[in-house]
Design a protein around this ligand. Structure first.
Ligand SMILES: [Zn+2]
Length: 56
């Protein structure tokens, strides 16, 4: 298990040891979905909103 700093709230987010690039993890602290963009070092960024019914 690795941890990475949440870019939104700066909490430590746990990343599974077998995580892959493109994997979505959720920050337990603020609930933001984060996409793994790099594994060495582990880097995440806020995932784009892809809710199906993201209407107005
Ligand atoms: Zn967070």
């Amino acid at each position: 298990m690795k941890t990475v700093e949440c870019p939104v709230c700066e909490a430590d987010v746990e990343i599974a040891a077998d995580a892959i690039v493109g994997e979505i993890v959720e920050c337990a602290d603020c609930g933001t979905e984060l996409e793994v963009i790099s594994l060495d070092p582990v880097t995440v960024e806020e995932a784009p909103e892809v809710e199906e019914d993201w209407g107005e």
